[in-house]
Design a protein around this ligand. Sequence first.
Ligand code: MG
Ligand code: ZN
Length: 236
Amino acid sequence: MARASVATSSTSVCQKTSSVPSGNCRCFAGDMARPLIILDRDGVVNHDSPLYVRSAEAWTPIDGAIEAIATMCRAGYDVVIATNQAGVAKGLIPVAELDQMHRKLEALVDAAGGQIARIYDCRHHPDHGCGCRKPQPGMLLKACLDFDQRPEAVCFVGDALTDMVAAARAGCQPVLVLTGKGQATQALAEFDPTIPVLGSLAEVPGWLARRGDATQRCPDIRTDGLRSCTPPPAPQ
Ligand SMILES: [Mg+2]
Ligand SMILES: [Zn+2]
């Protein structure tokens, strides 16, 4: 459906800046708009590593994560990933290997009967100062724009404080999972205790269903907030 081709579904938003809509509303999808959920990758979908997940072989899903993604797809969600991958800029993760990880993720989700609609990854070095590396909200805002969703109608599931901050800056609903860095994040003094906390991604589909469909089409998508997100410079 909204999925890009295999060759392009994993895109660095910084390499693919798009113009901000000029009108007040970009809601072309009308009643056809599907709800969107954005997931962090490392520590949410797959096991994280303090030394970076550097190869497709080392990329292993957390129990129940793939099935959870498929369940959300069946429930009508477009499921996208927003992941910081500074290991690319640091020379620790070859781009081809990152692509292989994402092909592996997509294949596993496909086999479970779901589909990853898009993968947003920031490959910049933390010193780059780009607008897409979380806790900056660039990837989340881009996803909301691409999928015609108002940010406040979209949940972003992450395990790190930077994920929670990115969600808040984008105007999305943050959700913490306790996998990956989640337990340490929950223990931080800076962690907002009003943020929903779930054990793992496996619990998210049920939580969404209990919460009720928060999907709202975008009659008044927040172009002000989107405009404030300056497209980051293209990497050299
Ligand atoms: Mg993470
Ligand atoms: Zn970036």
